[in-house]
Write a protein that binds this ligand. Structure first.
Ligand code: 2NL
Length: 356
C-alpha cells in the first residue's frame, strides 16, 4: 500500500491538474510538484535519510506517483492545447459563403487575335515577324516599290501626307506595310522570310473602308524561290487559317506595280450562305506575286542572284469572313458589349494545334 502522505498528494494534485484553466496555470502546478523545489522532488531528496529497505519501497512508490502525475499533466496539456487551437481556428474562419467581388476580365480584340493566328501559322513555316514605323517617307513607301510618281496610290485622295519631310522625302502615314519590307531588304541580306502585320492608313471612309486599317504582308527572298513556293505557302496558310483542309484555292492573273507576275488569290465559298470552302463561288482574299526585279534592285538586292515572292492581305477582311462580323466600323468603336461578344480569352492564346 502506498504511504498515506503520497496518497494525499495524489488525490490533492489530480483535481487541480484537471481543473487547470490554461497552460500557465498548469505549468504552475507542474512546478509545484516536479520543479526544483516541488513536492515530489523534495520527497525524492528525502529518500537519502531512510534505511535501504524503506528507501527502496518509498522510492518505488514515488516513481509510480511521479509517472501518474506526469501523465495527468500531459493529458491536461493536450486538452488545453487542442482547445486553444480550436479557439484560434474559430477566430480566423473565412466565410466562404460571402459573394466574391465581381472580377472584370478583358478580351483579346479580334484584330489582335487574327494577327496572332497569322503569326502562328507563318511562324510554323519559318517566317519571322517584322514591325516598322507608321510614319514613313514616300521613297520607302512608294518609290522603292516601283510605284511611279503619278500612280493613283500616290495621289492626295488616297495617302495621308504630313506637313513634314525626311530630307528631300515627303513624310506620310504608310498606306501599306510594304515599307517595312523595303527597310528589311535594305538592312538584311537574303535569305529573307518575314511577315509584317500592322496598321495602315488611307484617306477612305465608308461602310467598308476605315481611314486606319490593318494589313499583313509577307516577303520571301532566296536564290531558288519560285512561283511553286508562293502557291504552296499560301494554300497551306489559307487552309490553316480557315481551318478547312480541302479549301479550294485559285490563283488568278492580276497586276501590281511591285510584283511580276502578279496574282490575286481566291478561295471557294457560298456567296448566299457565306460558308467558306463550300459552294461554287470564288472570293478574293490575297494579293501576291514574284517580287519585281526593279524592287529588288531598288532595295540593294541583285535580281540576277536572288528572287522571291510577296503577298498581302487585309486583316479586317479575313477576320470578318472567319467570324461572321458584318460591319467593319464596329472594330474601332470600343463598345465593350461588342468586344465581350467577339473578343477572345487571353487564357487561350492563338497557337498552332493538331487541327492546323
Ligand atoms: C493586296 C496586295 C500585295 C505585295 C502586296 C509586296 C511587298 C514588297 C515587294 C513586293 Cl516589299 N510585293 N507586297 C505584293 C503583292 C500583293 O498585296 O491586295 N493587299 C491587301
Amino acid at each position: 500500500m502506498p504511504s498515506d502522505d503520497l496518497n494525499t498528494m495524489l488525490s490533492d494534485a489530480l483535481p487541480k491538474i484537471g481543473a487547470a484553466a490554461d497552460i500557465e496555470a498548469l505549468e504552475d502546478i507542474r512546478v509545484s510538484l516536479l520543479g526544483k523545489a516541488g513536492m515530489i522532488t523534495l520527497a525524492m531528496k528525502g529518500l537519502g535519510g531512510l534505511d535501504p529497505e524503506a528507501r527502496k519501497a518509498r522510492g518505488a512508490e514515488l516513481n509510480v506517483l511521479k509517472t501518474e502525475l506526469t501523465e495527468a499533466l500531459a493529458a491536461r496539456r493536450g486538452t488545453l492545447e487542442a482547445a486553444a487551437l480550436e479557439a484560434r481556428l474559430a477566430a480566423q474562419k473565412i466565410d466562404i459563403s460571402a459573394p466574391p467581388r465581381p472580377e472584370v476580365t478583358g478580351a483579346i480584340h479580334p484584330i489582335s487575335r487574327t494577327m496572332e493566328e497569322i503569326a502562328a501559322i507563318f511562324g510554323a513555316q519559318g517566317f519571322a515577324v517584322k514591325e516598322g514605323p507608321d510614319i514613313e517617307d514616300d521613297w520607302t513607301a512608294f518609290g522603292a516599290l516601283n510605284i511611279p510618281v503619278h500612280h493613283p496610290a500616290r495621289a492626295m485622295m488616297d495617302t495621308f501626307y504630313l506637313n513634314a519631310a525626311f530630307g528631300d522625302r515627303r513624310a506620310l502615314l504608310r498606306p501599306h506595310t510594304s515599307s517595312v519590307q523595303t527597310r528589311t531588304m535594305l538592312s538584311e541580306t537574303p535569305p529573307i522570310r518575314i511577315i509584317v502585320p500592322g496598321r495602315t492608313y488611307r484617306s477612305d471612309h465608308d461602310a467598308t473602308h476605315s481611314p486606319m486599317f490593318h494589313q499583313c504582308e509577307g516577303l520571301v527572298i532566296g536564290k531558288d524561290i519560285t512561283l511553286g513556293h508562293l502557291k504552296g505557302c499560301l494554300i497551306d496558310f489559307l487552309r490553316a487559317y480557315f481551318d478547312a483542309p480541302g479549301l479550294p484555292v485559285r490563283f488568278r492573273a492580276s497586276y501590281f506595280p511591285f510584283t511580276e507576275p502578279s496574282m490575286e488569290v481566291d478561295i471557294g465559298w457560298n456567296r448566299k450562305t457565306g460558308e467558306i470552302g463550300k459552294g461554287g463561288d470564288w472570293l478574293e482574299i490575297l494579293g501576291s506575286g514574284m517580287v519585281h526585279a526593279n524592287v529588288l534592285a531598288n532595295c540593294g538586292i541583285d535580281p540576277r542572284e536572288f528572287q522571291g515572292f510577296a503577298f498581302g492581305m487585309g486583316i479586317e477582311r479575313v477576320t470578318m469572313l472567319k467570324h461572321g462580323i458584318a460591319d467593319l466600323r464596329l472594330f474601332y468603336e470600343s463598345d465593350v458589349r461588342w468586344l465581350r461578344h467577339y473578343g477572345f480569352s487571353p487564357l487561350a492564346p492563338a497557337m498552332l494545334h493538331e487541327g492546323f
